[in-house]
Every structure is written in C-alpha cells, then in structure tokens.
Write a protein that binds this ligand. Structure first.
Ligand SMILES: [Zn+2]
Ligand SMILES: [Zn+2]
Length: 133
C-alpha cells in the first residue's frame, strides 16, 4: 500500500495494489494545471484508491477529463476520465509520501513537450542552489 497527500495535509489518500503504469506526462494540459514542466502519473484501479482525509475539488479540464486537487492549497492529486479510462485513476506521483517506491517507465505526450525539456538531464546540477556571484 502507498500513501500520499497534498502540500497542506487537508487531503490524504492511500492506494492498494500494483501501479498499472507510471509515466511522466509532457502534455500542455498537465503542464498548465500543475504549473510544472511535466507531471508524473501513476495509474491505479479506482477501487484500490481511497481518500482517507478531506475531499478533493474536481475540475473538468476537458470534456471527460477530471482533475482532482486540494481546495485549500491547490496541489493536484488525481486524474480520471470515465470515457477513456473507466475504472482507472491516475495519481500525481510526486504527491506520494515516498515517490521513490514506484519508478517511472516512460515519458508520454512528448509531441507537446517543452523544447528544452529534451535536454534537461544535461544541465549542471547542484546539491542545493547554484553559487551566487
Ligand atoms: Zn492541501
Ligand atoms: Zn498530461
């Protein structure tokens, strides 16, 4: 079982069973909603995922797409789409208490990827912040 929640703690969830897929999504909808260059999604059977504290707000981001987020702090938590993925819920994997538990298997929607993201892994890295001049 994995557990997770939003930034402020108003929403907590747990997920039982195996993740069916874990992919990093580069589509424009995910980027805009998260305010981030990509979003990790871990796919679970809906009946294995339970919100244990609070109630996410649901936003219709497309005709059938539903994005569930914390109404207090805005953290994006789940995606569901009853037309395309019935019985399935995607969990925004960076909200898991231990995001290292489930490794991503793929990048998806790279047709919409921000150009420089293709080379993001080549950037210099710093344990904390870059040195200030
Ligand atoms: Zn919150
Ligand atoms: Zn996406």
């Amino acid at each position: 079982m994995i557990t997770g929640g939003c930034h402020c703690g108003a929403i907590r969830y747990q997920a039982d069973g195996q993740a069916l897929m874990h992919a990093l999504c580069h589509c424009k909808d995910c980027r805009r909603h998260a305010g981030a260059p990509m979003v990790g999604w871990s796919m679970y059977r809906q009946d294995g995922v339970k919100v244990t504290t609070g109630a996410p707000k649901v936003y219709a981001s497309s005709e059938h797409g539903r994005r569930h987020f914390c109404p207090e702090c805005g953290t994006g938590l789940f995606y569901s789409n009853d037309a395309v993925l019935p019985g399935i819920i995607d969990i925004q994997s960076a909200t898991m208490d231990d995001p290292d538990l489930i490794r991503p298997q793929a990048h998806m929607q790279v047709a919409e990827r921000i150009g420089w993201m293709a080379h993001a892994h080549e950037l210099p890295t710093f344990e904390r912040y870059p040195p200030q001049e």
